[in-house]
Design a binder for this molecule. Structure first.
Ligand code: SF4
Length: 243
């Protein structure tokens, strides 16, 4: 009798996956890094639970703010996006991750960090003994730049007030900038990532740390170890937890 169990088995692909997992295990010291697929499930936009709406001091909410700006055309990216990508996660999160802009997967789904870089971010958050449901994740730009090019200064200037308002509404205890573009936007600096990492910054009174963008880790896995050190520091700063 023919054995059909291996019909779809790709040995090379499986070996690549195993190698990637082993590299991640080393880079992240084995902390929660090889995780069951179920725990990688992306957090839905949490609009139905009581925690979904957090009233800010001025009576605003993330949900109503999203509704106000979701048809934005303040910069040319509004003409080329498939979907506006506001943010996801706990609207009352203590930790807020800020990336630079949606990519192809995010543009298609209307959610931040849902492609390969997003899967890696989910793993990193898991390694920190947290979940995507506990943190808040967004980008500086809410619309995808064509071909994932870098955000342009005028686009950042147009969109940045939206990020500022999100931070006001979420009121995180600590912000983590993923990559130099987010750090440059919030810190008003053009310093290199190397100079920004490992220092405790402030954004309008909120502590802010900077680490690599997960996409950079996909291109340069050697950055994973430094990223893990940043994340251990972030967790310790946040609540004293030693990872
Ligand atoms: S990127 Fe920002 S400013 Fe530009 S259209 Fe989108 S939401 Fe508006």
């Amino acid at each position: 009798m023919a054995d059909s169990s291996n019909q779809d088995f790709d040995v090379d692909e499986t070996l690549r996956d195993v190698r990637r997992c082993l590299e991640d295990l080393l880079a992240f010291e084995g902390r929660y890094f090889i995780v069951p697929p179920a725990s990688l499930a992306l957090a839905p936009v949490d609009s139905d639970t009581p925690a979904a709406v957090v009233e800010a001091d001025d009576g605003g909410s993330l949900e109503s703010f999203q509704q106000q700006i979701c048809d934005c055309l303040r910069c040319p990216l509004g003409q080329t996006r498939k979907n506006f990508v506001f943010g996801s996660g706990n609207p009352g999160a203590d930790i807020m991750f800020v990336g630079e802009a949606p990519g192809e997967h995010e543009d298609r789904q209307g959610l931040p960090f849902v492609g390969p870089a997003g899967e890696l971010l989910t793993k990193i958050i898991g390694a920190m003994k947290l979940s995507r449901e506990e943190v808040y994740i967004c980008n500086v730009l809410k619309c995808r730049p064509p071909n994932n090019r870098d955000p342009q200064p005028d686009e950042v200037a147009s969109c940045e007030p939206y990020l500022q308002r999100q931070i006001e509404l979420v009121r995180p205890r600590i912000i983590c900038c993923l990559g130099r573009h987010a750090a440059h936007a919030l810190l008003k600096t053009d310093s290199s990532l190397g100079r920004l990492r490992g220092r405790l910054h402030q954004y309008q009174g909120t502590p802010l740390v900077v680490t690599y963008h997960p996409a950079a880790l996909l291109h340069n896995p050697s950055y994973k170890r430094d990223t893990w050190e940043d994340m251990k520091w972030l967790r310790k700063l946040h609540d004293g937890t030693e990872l």
